[in-house]
Design a binder for this molecule. Structure first.
Ligand code: ADP
Ligand code: MG
Length: 694
């Protein structure tokens, strides 16, 4: 009997019906093995009660005390304020949403135990919306035996639910055959990797003694064990992929310079030295019969689009079609405008295709692509669909690679196959990735870097400031806004659910509205409907709002030149790459811009240095390199949100210390036990079978 948990669907667990299975599928959990690899984002220590006088802000704790007073206070927003004492000190709990039952539960004299995160509020440390329960004298202590895991969740799936499913899954994890150990003994010994089963067990149920700090940084040996295996699988799959692509062959398109020269002559600027260098790499690649597989990295605004246009023209000069793809409708439309500007005067026929291209128009576009009448095709991932048949596709530009799955890139390759080869591929990304990282993350790609911005941009002045000076910051914000500037206030919270993040941004917006009644303040977060978001953004763009409070998910395409001030709360919680992207929202106009990084003391030495890097540099690559140098195993930073690559466990930045070892382990594995490559790749890459088919 096959006991492999990979083949056992979650529906075999108690309490999992179709509805729940559907929700799990949304977060890519299908088998019991998927559940076991669904690792906690962080942990809560509910194994002990913390005395109130030792509380620190911003970490989750259990406190227990007697209610001294509970009253409804009026502010801009009504709240229930409940003061508790445990003899060592007192703290306020604050509820913006509360029921009559809660009010009577929390009456003076009641003993309550609560769990939450103390934050600085109007009355000193406060806990907003804690989980709590009233303790009866004879009730047993409900303190947990292991650290409590907090899992990535999704709408309608509670932590409680996921926890109990994972517990069930762990019970099935009996012996080695249920979750097969794929790494050969020799490799595990050499790189000091524990057994897979032990690592998985520990991460779901860490004993109380395990270091919360190490776990939260992802530096625990059990986390590293899994990350290592995942990175290894990824590296192996990419190596195989590149070999296969190159063995198939492509089309030689030597530069004739007929069209590219014309475009260069017609541009209102000349290329920077960095652009020229990258254009030369690309041109040389395309001249060869081996399909180009090149990644171009360039900071936001470094001028990647014109490089892409020149590459497309080299294909057209050779009588091949070129496709240009962007990850979102907005970005695709932007490309369409740019390309039309540049290529129409050269008499090149272009079409645009996205999900919105419908009906007769769609038919027309598809026909032009199929007949070869359209030489350049710009669009979204709609271009991957089977109904899109190219006449002679010779090259493809894929913008913002990290949003495209590898399988989509491969689907595109197939589109050129009917002419007996694979199209050249140019992948462009604004995510700065240091070289060593890039070599591993994109082991199948050659890399070029545009490491220079066009002349004439206004630099942003970045200040690192403690949140004990919040009032000063608010005053500065007020003055700037009354002086007709606009500002962003970015809330960062590491929370297990988007809902809680959004709630935190709501609280902040509420507090700011209270302190700054003279300003008009808008709020955007990921849980708002698209049209609501668009409305707020438009109001901000039109200058009707002074201040925009936002979660870190500020939409792509936000371009408000008048916004010249950005305040980022708790920047120490974010990755430098993410901070850099956020900061790029200001500095787009003529006015000098400022970015205030408002940290929460005490900062570790490393966090301090990292924020200094932000203060001292505005170069995405310098920032990324420094980040890598500074962090050994790394701090926990919101890098998971930057979407560099779709890893389940590993984090390229955090786990960069593993990359060299992973590379040599990949070589050893290929040599010593090539038969494990396939199961390894299949385990970690959802579409392993597609890799095999390229
Ligand atoms: P990104 O690399 O972020 O895609 P774009 O290609 O959109 O950057 O370029 C940003 C802006 O800079 C565009 O308006 C573009 O026309 C302009 N630009 C590109 N290259 C140069 C250059 N060498 N000199 C001046 N402006 C340039
Ligand atoms: Mg771009």
């Amino acid at each position: 009997m096959d006991k492999s948990l990979n083949n056992i669907p979650v529906t075999t667990l108690k309490g999992v019906g179709d509805a729940l299975a559907g929700k799990l599928a949304k977060i890519d959990i299908h088998s019991i093995q998927d559940l076991l690899f669904h690792l906690p984002l962080r942990y809560q220590d509910r194994t002990r009660i913390t005395p109130i006088n030792t509380l620190q802000p911003n970490s989750d704790v259990v406190v227990q005390g007697k209610v001294l007073a509970a009253e409804v206070v009026m502010g801009r927003r009504r709240s229930l304020l409940c003061r508790i004492s445990d003899g060592s000190g007192t703290i306020n709990l604050r509820f913006f949403h509360f029921t009559a039952a809660q009010k009577s539960n929390l009456r003076p004299g009641a003993e309550i135990r609560c769990f939450g995160e103390p934050r600085r509020g109007a009355t000193g440390l406060e806990i907003y919306h804690p989980e709590y329960r009233v303790i009866k004298a004879d009730m047993p202590a409900d303190i947990q035996e292991t650290l409590t895991p907090v899992y990535p969740a999704t709408a309608g799936l509670t932590q409680q639910r996921i926890r109990s499913l994972c517990e069930q899954a762990l019970q099935l994890l009996d012996d080695d055959s249920s979750l097969q150990e794929l790494l050969p003994e020799g490799i595990r010994e050499k790189y000091q990797l524990s057994s897979l089963v032990a690592a998985v067990r520990l991460l779901h149920q860490p004993p109380p003694g395990e270091s919360m700090l190490l776990l939260s940084e992802g530096g625990h040996p059990a986390q590293q064990r899994l990350a290592f295996e995942e990175l290894l699988a990824h590296n192996l799959s990419l190596q195989q992929l590149r070999k296969r692509v190159q063995s198939i062959g492509g089309f030689a398109m030597p530069p004739t310079n007929q069209l590219t020269k014309k475009l260069l002559a017609q541009l209102p600027f000349s290329l920077t030295a960095a652009q020229q260098r990258v254009v030369a790499h690309v041109s040389q690649d395309m001249a060869a019969r081996v399909p180009m597989l090149r990644l171009v990295q360039g900071d936001v605004g470094s001028g990647k689009t014109v490089v892409a246009a020149l590459a497309a023209l080299q294909a057209v000069e050779n009588d091949y079609q070129a496709a240009v793809m962007a990850p979102t409708e907005i970005l695709a439309e932007q490309h369409q405008l740019n390309f039309a500007n540049w290529l129409k005067p050269l008499g090149i026929s272009m079409v645009f295709l996205s999900g919105k291209t419908q009906g007769k128009k769609r038919q027309e576009v598809l026909e032009k692509i199929a007949s070869g009448e359209a030489m350049v095709v710009v669009g979204t991932h709609a271009l991957f669909q089977d109904e899109v048949v190219f006449h002679r596709l010779g090259m493809a530009v894929i913008d913002e690679q990290h949003r495209f799955g590898v399988h989509q890139r491969m689907a595109l390759r197939k589109k050129g196959e009917k002419n007996g080869g694979l199209p050249h591929q140019l992948i462009m990304t604004a995510t700065p990735i240091p070289r060593t990282l890039a070599m591993s993350a994109y082991a199948d790609l050659d890399v070029s870097v545009i490491d220079e911005l066009p002349p004439g941009r206004t630099p942003i002045n970045t200040v690192v400031i403690g949140d004990d000076r919040r009032e000063e910051v608010i005053k500065r914000l007020k003055n700037a806004c009354l002086d007709s500037r606009q500002a962003y206030w970015v809330c960062t919270l590491i929370e297990e659910s988007e809902a809680l993040q959004c709630q935190a941004a709501e609280v902040t917006a509420e507090q700011l509205r209270e302190t700054l009644p003279e300003l008009s303040i808008g709020l955007v977060h990921g849980r708002m409907k698209a049209n609501e978001k668009a409305e707020v953004m438009q109001a901000f763009k039109d200058g009707h709002l002074h201040l925009l409070v936002a979660t870190t998910v500020i939409e792509v395409g936000v371009d408000v030149p008048n916004a010249s001030l950005m305040i980022i709360e708790n920047p120490e919680r974010l990755g430098l790459a993410q901070l850099h992207q956020l900061r790029g929202r200001v500095g787009r106009g003529k006015i000098a811009s400022h970015c205030l990084l408002m940290y929460h003391a005490p900062l570790s030495q490393q966090s301090r240095e990292r924020l200094q890097v932000m203060r001292d540099s505005s170069d995405g690559f310098v920032i990324a390199e420094k980040d890598l140098q500074l962090r050994g195993p790394g701090e926990v930073l919101g890098t998971r949100q930057t979407g560099l690559t779709q890893f389940r466990v590993a984090d390229l930045e955090r786990d960069s210390n593993l990359l060299m070892a992973v590379r040599s382990a990949a070589e050893e594995l290929l040599e010593q036990s090539p038969q494990t490559v396939e199961p390894l790749v299949n385990r970690w890459l959802a579409r392993g079978e597609e890799y095999a088919n390229v």
